[in-house]
Design a protein around this ligand. Sequence first.
Ligand code: NAI
Ligand code: MG
Length: 501
Amino acid sequence: MSASISTDPTRSSFLSGDPKKMLIGGLWVDAASGKTFPSFNPSTGEVIAEIAEGDAEDANRAVAAARAAFEGPWRRMKPSQRQELLWAVADAIEENYEELQLLEVLEMGSPIGRSRPGKKRSSWEASVLRYFAGWPTKIHGQTIPNSLPGSVFTYTVKEPVGVVAAIVPWNRPISNAVWKIGPVLATGCTMVLKPAEEASLAALRLGELLTEVGVPDGVVNVVTGFGETVGATLTEHHDVDKVSFTGSTAVGQSIVRASAGNLKRLSLELGGKSPDVVFADADLTRAIPGAAMAVFTNSGQVCCAGTRIYAERPIYEQFVEGVSEFAKGLRVGNSLDPETQIGPLVSSEQLERVTGYLELGPEEGARTTAGGHRVMTEDLAKGYFVEPTVFADVEDGMRVARDEIFGPVACILPFDSLDEVSKRANDTNYGLSGGLWTRDIGKAHRLASEMQAGTVWVNGFLQFDPGIPFGGYKMSGWGSEMGEKSLDDYLNTKSVWINSD
Ligand code: NAI
Ligand code: MG
């Protein structure tokens, strides 16, 4: 561990008060059962905090608080007031960004060097909220003519759906929460936020900031605990009007089943195994690092990571070598070390899962050209680190080519023609994103149009903007995050008929 690393918890005063309480109806409360669970630093395996372990009773209380808030003065708040509130939340996030980032770094292991203020990502979540701040004053229905006899006036209005349960994963704790908080506040819904059990601290600190800037009691509640208890209670609850979920496809499917009781509205942002196609005419000086970081960013714990890389035969070996060299050059280390490029995986469970695939690849016949192992150097052996790994000569049917690994594992497959690669790229149940690298605009347009995916990047990857919708085709989900389109998922449309003669 380098001398520059400080694990001094006073850098976040938030970490000094223990155990962490939940936010229900504007009050910070222990779990009804009094239980707590530990949060781990994945760089060291050390416990960094104890967190209230909510269960069904706490989830029920939070839904009741969200319902009461929805029926209270919040409903009468003017659009411009919700706009101001969203701006205030964005400002608070920006002012406290260093601390929020530190919590994220400590609880889920993303490297501090890529997320500190001054870096490009520093105000990403604030910019998302400022984007949504523009919407309350612009959400409106239409006046639509009808052909009925007499004087009948018809118009539509948009109304908030009501109580939203937002269930989020751990891979980007602040962004994942903000992508739901933005549309909730913009549309006038209320919410129960359930952070992932692996990463609840940043969400709880976010809850404090929301109350500090005056988000009314009960409008945003944060209930910590496990998916099988808090999560399942929320998704089955008859007084929850909508679930907005980000996470695994398997849990997404169970939420579809759980939601049947009251046919609640669902938006689902699920897994992926995204194709990234590199044509022989691509600028390899951009495509090699671009395709590599489309896999290795956040240690591969990215839903839209470009993990299935198809490289055209004439440049195949050169490309494999380039990505492998790039992978070997990445600095794996403690997430508090500013020099670290690749931090740990989030948990011992994910470590076990990913190392299982590291063993499976060669067994299935893949050629390991970089990495392939857990990192067991003295300073990192207690953490959940794996080497950035490249598997070459992967075949379409291998499990490493089909499953979402959610670790820093690139699979590279050769291809010979556009027709062929188009079919193979789409031969998956997922459809979250896709990428392609070429200098030929005709090829770019054709493959971008043929890819069955919610997002396609040409000569780039992992680009986001609050105005651009992000969502999945096929088993990668329903609905979108961000963009104008995302708001409709939080709104009902009412048609009003006025007979005036
Ligand atoms: P998960 O889907 O189990 O967890 C995500 C969230 O759902 C957490 O807040 C969890 O508490 C909650 N949850 C779990 N079971 C639930 C249930 N029955 N009802 C309601 N909520 C429930 O994901 P997990 O276990 O953390 O990771 C497993 C795999 O899922 C990963 O290896 C990865 O492949 C995939 N994943 C995909 C993500 C994405 O962004 N698409 C994010 C996280 C995981
Ligand atoms: Mg799970």
